[in-house]
Design a protein around this ligand. Structure first.
Ligand code: UFG
Length: 338
């Protein structure tokens, strides 16, 4: 019988790509999503890509009754917990909503898992737990901090997982610290589609390329980086999805947890990304330099060695491929899940 995995937030950007990767690897998936930041059409599109019906529960991770029902109705072997709020700016404006959803959601989920005797969990953490990194590339042993309520919730969740594990050795949790996921599935049928004006760089550039926004505002060009603009570790979302499959496989085989960075190890500046996207869409994209965005580190890119050693993970897509796949997704808009 196939290993059955529950994906909270499985209709979202990273969840949907991981769903496809898990199906391809032979796992059976159940998606739980409240569609607060995912289109209702995503499950149909996932069905189209994988050629198999999607098992979907529309519900919330904060709803303990809903979780209990899922664990009761299905034999679940493991959970991948994507469901969370992820906008840094929104978290500064409304910190309590972030505490409730991100921290409350994890605690509710882990309690329901424990009650059901399910102890294998993959958790979506973030490079935001490194705050403003002191040394580059950033290893997992770097000092931890946060620059926003969002970052605080990810750090708090990691600590909750560590304490739960210390109290009960049955837990086997894979903590994955994502750097900057970008790009889209090669089908062009799923990708990142923020409901409002995007906060993040690649979705913003994509809207400039599509003519929906006039130009990119580059937040500062006086950082101590190659061209003065902020440097990040952009990782193709399909590489990130593959990292989840490896993490899950390791948890189930080793029955022990791990904590790893998921990045490429390579940092690119805002202007380098803009150049690469201009190449992908075939025209120079307009931009202006504006003030730095408060709280932004100058540079952040992963030391990817531990993920390679522990999981055999290695990102394989180039920056050009990330941009080309994003542009392909934007251009297949007619088929976008509504
Ligand atoms: N940037 C611009 N203009 C924009 C948007 C971004 O110049 O319109 C710059 C930023 O200043 C930064 C870079 O592009 O230098 C990347 O910014 P993003 O907002 O795309 O990504 P961040 O690195 O700020 O944040 C992302 C995720 C967080 C996560 C963090 C971990 O959004 O959820 O990576 O490092 F916590």
């Amino acid at each position: 019988m196939a290993t059955r995995v529950l994906l909270t937030g499985g209709a979202g950007y990273i969840g949907s790509h991981t769903y496809v990767a898990l199906c391809e690897a032979g796992y059976e998936c159940i998606v739980l999503d409240n569609f607060s930041n995912a289109a209702h059409g995503v499950p149909d599109v996932l069905e189209k890509i994988t050629g198999a019906p999607v098992q979907l529960v529309e519900g919330d991770v904060l709803d303990r009754g809903c979780l209990d029902h899922i664990f009761h109705a299905h034999h679940i072997d493991a959970v991948i917990h994507f469901a969370a709020l992820k906008s840094v700016g929104e978290s500064i404006a409304n910190p309590l909503a972030y505490m409730q959803c991100n921290i409350g959601g994890l605690v509710t989920l882990m309690q329901a898992m424990k009650a059901a005797g399910v102890y294998h969990l993959v958790f979506s953490s973030s490079a935001s737990v490194y705050g403003n990194p002191e040394a580059l590339p950033v290893p997992e042993t770097a000092p931890l901090s946060y620059a926003s309520p969002y970052g605080y919730t990810k750090l708090a969740c990691e600590q909750i997982i560590a304490q739960a594990g210390a109290a009960d050795p049955k837990w086997a949790v894979g903590v994955l610290r994502y750097f900057n996921p970008v790009g889209a599935h090669p089908s062009g049928l799923i990708g990142e589609d923020p409901k409002d004006v995007p906060n993040n760089l690649m979705p913003y550039i994509a809207k400039v390329a599509a003519g929906e926004l006039p130009q990119l505002s580059v937040f500062g060009n006086d950082y101590p980086t190659q061209d003065g603009t902020g440097v990040r570790d952009y990782i193709h979302v399909c590489d990130l999805a593959a990292g989840h499959v490896l993490s899950l496989k390791s948890l189930l085989e080793e029955n022990a947890g791990h904590l790893v960075n998921l990045g490429t190890g390579q940092g690119y500046s805002v202007l380098e990304l803009l150049d690469a996207y201009s190449k992908a869409c075939g025209r120079d994209l307009p931009y202006q330099i504006v003030e730095r965005r408060p709280g932004d580190p100058a540079a952040s890119f992963a030391d990817p060695q531990r993920a390679r050693d522990v999981l055999g993970f290695q990102a394989s897509h180039s920056l050009d491929e990330m941009c080309a796949s994003s542009w392909h997704w934007i251009n297949t808009g007619a088929q976008k899940p509504g």
